[in-house]
Design a protein around this ligand. Structure first.
Ligand code: BJW
Ligand code: ZN
Length: 265
């Protein structure tokens, strides 16, 4: 696929260079080049699995083993994936001088891994994302408030194998947000605050179909800021974006973000 032309990339770099405060919204597409499957599209997860059967509280109540088996397969896939050049460019941007916050719908932890890698012995926290849909490497109790990081493989062959809460013995579940569930109100309001205060919202690798995440860039627009989109295909956001750069984020983001001048210089 032909990428954006040089003039368009330059125009987008100009907008980014002039922005003091940047909100970055990412979706599954930014991890596609790392080998993490996206949800929608020809090779997306929803092509072979129905979201209603796997990513709703009802599905988990009906067949927790099936849901855990699917999540365990995805956890195994993601454990083998490393951040790509797009994650790296975003981490460098956020660790630079600009006021940048990454807001992600992804549950794969690859922004955090890139932040730690880029920060080295330094502080990765400016590049740690707000995770709107949770983390596939955390589990939480279906009954009490127990919640813990969990990266190791889990057994899912029989209902008896499924992980249970050490405090109350109820079933544990992946700490992700399923359809019909509310997002963490503090994370959500922080994401919208960041978006409202941003001069520019950079949106990469999302179909912009799932609410309320898809409305984050609208908060930037409502407050007078601009949207720049990076995606190989058109989305509902394209017509609202000042510039839409067509192509894979692992190829476009380094050229777009690396070496930007500090605002005001
Ligand atoms: C590349 C690339 C490359 C490829 N480089 N790019 C208002 C209106 C209508 C409906 C609703 C509404 N408000 C709420 C709803 C209901 C629902 C919803 O939005 N439904 C719509 C689908 C119609 N939302 C919810 O239920 C949310 N909860 C909520 O709002 O609570 C309050 C409430 C409850 C009930 C009723 C009303 C209000 C929760 C949503 C939770 C979403 N969960 C999932 C699963 C997370 C856990 C897991 O991973 O298993 O989150 S679904 C899935 O979609 C996942 C993703 O984070 C999310 C978004 O997907 P994303 O990231 O955009 O990926 P794709 O695959 O869709 O797109 C990939 C893109 O990348 C494409 O554009 C490609 O072109 C591109 N790409 N290669 C760059 N190399
Ligand atoms: Zn419990």
């Amino acid at each position: 696929m032909a990428g954006p032309d040089a003039a368009e990339l330059d125009r987008a770099r100009g907008l980014l260079a002039g922005a003091d405060t940047i909100c970055v919204l990412t979706g599954a597409g930014v991890s596609a080049e790392s080998g993490v499957p996206t949800f929608r599209g020809e090779s997306g997860l929803w092509k072979s699995h129905s979201p209603e059967d796997l990513a709703t509280p009802h599905a988990f109540r009906r067949d927790p083993r099936l849901v855990w088996e699917w999540y365990e397969w995805r956890r195994e896939t993601i454990r083998a994936c490393r951040p790509n050049a797009g994650h790296g460019a975003l981490a460098r941007l956020a660790l630079g001088s600009r006021r940048v916050r990454i807001v992600t719908q992804n549950v794969d932890g690859l922004h955090e891994e890139a932040a730690r890698k880029v920060a080295g012995a330094g502080d990765p926290s400016p590049a740690l994302p707000l995770e709107l849909h949770g983390s596939i490497f955390r589990v939480r109790c279906t009954s009490c408030s127990y919640r813990v990081s969990h990266r190791h493989p889990l057994r899912t062959e029989t209902p008896e194998d499924l992980p249970r809460c050490p405090l109350c013995s109820a079933l544990l579940r992946p700490d992700v947000v399923w359809f019909g569930e509310s997002l963490d109100p503090e994370i959500l309001s922080e994401a919208f605050r960041v978006a409202r205060e941003a001069d520019l919202c950079l949106v990469a690798g999302t179909s912009a179909l799932v609410q309320p995440a898809a409305s984050v860039p609208l908060a930037t627009l409502d407050a007078g800021g601009v949207v720049v989109e990076v995606n190989p295909t058109e989305t509902p956001l394209t017509r609202l974006a000042r510039i839409s750069l067509r192509g894979p984020s692992g190829e476009i983001l380094p050229g777009l973000l690396d070496g930007l001048e500090t605002p005001g210089t």
